[in-house]
Design a protein around this ligand. Sequence first.
Ligand code: MV4
Length: 463
Amino acid sequence: MGIQGRVVNQGEQQLFRKVLIANRGEIALRVIRACRELGIATVAVYSTADEHSLHVKLADEAVCIGPPHSKLSYLNIANILSAADITGADAVHPGYGFLSENAEFARLCGECNVHFIGPTTANIAAMGEKTMARKIAKEAGVPLLPGTVSAVPNIAAALREADQIGYPVILKAAAGGGGRGIHIVYSAEQLKGSFDRVSSEAGAAFGNAAMYLEKYCESPRHVEIQVLCDRHGNRISLGERDCTIQRRHQKLLEESPSPILDPNLRQQMGDAALKLCAAVSYENVGTVEFLVDNRDKKFYFMEMNTRIQVEHPVTEMVTGIDLIKEQIRSAAGIPLKLKQSDISIDSHSIECRINAEDSEKFTPSPGKITGLHLPGGFGVRVDSFVYDQYKVVPFYDSMIGKLIVHAGNRHDAIAKMRQALDEFQIEGIKTNIPFHKKILASKKFRDADYDTHFLEEFLSKTE
Ligand code: MV4
């Protein structure tokens, strides 16, 4: 049956009939819930380690796709597409991580007549190559930090470019992203000593040794713009998320709006994000990441993520828009009904990522949950896949859920988050809940006076 034969009439909307969720954990549940609300049947896929997972129980059907190691299951394209075929799924939702930004997977879905719920293969490929993304952004008039828009071929060229840019510079892997394959360099001496090593590390890690250079911004905030686009040329921005609170490039706490943006800067950054989207005819949801210099509040494009992100709920809370439903509608070709003028933000949301880890040592803490009480109440949301007596398996990411609060302003959202964290009880495994409580109690966080170095400095003081 062709793609057209598999879409059904839902009132005036042409939606999918059955969606396979190529993921696990909380995002699999999030997508299953959205599908069921839309009247779409769901197929879960799972590794043998996830047999007792909630996404397997909540979906209409479930197919085992391999052993625990994600290379053999959640990254196994042949098995996932076979599961879509045998269950008659007409679309695949990739969630985040795993195959969500794999252009080859998106292309193969198309070849198998299964809709990929995400951007086009060309969108994913263009933004996945970080030098290409920079080049497109530059041509579209999106502000960039000084640096190169193509790979630097060798040490001599790197030294010339770095001289032009001025030290400190940051070396980044063209195939990297999200903080992987980056190296800060303060002098020509250092650059000489590190270029070849950093490049070959990138080659080993990403299968691509290409490196580019940027001016290093010493005290930045990580502020990202959520966009929503359809294939008919409609594009809107949905405000920003401040994701500056990270440790070793793992985000821990996100908030929207960013305490350092004003309406004017928000408009400028939203417009810049949409210019980039227009330049590549972007479709579906996406996130345009910027660095905002804490000192002068200038903003610079960093990279674009072509997937739904972990922290999408804070945007949903402040805009009132269900991003997963919008994602599904967009992939089905339904024109975006929302206009930019429909988007107004006058509340505050914070998300804490709850990880099964020892918050002193930051080491994973898998095992059986022997007691569980989830917080609740007005403005409290828990997106999690754990339940009492569930065994947290050691094979995947340590994130077991997200606690999201929504209140009228930042002060009230912080109070609500502290109350919700105090109420959250998980027995049998260690979590980072105590660490979140410390962050929320700190003066720097409460004053919104932080940059990307906040956690390192915070940890060095509390240890
Ligand atoms: C930078 C930077 C300063 N200057 N680029 C880290 C994640 C990846 N997306 C890029 N990253 C950075 N790029 C320039 N030109 C500082 C970082 C950075 C960072 C950014 C966001 C949040 C936390 C961070 C922690 C260390 C470094």
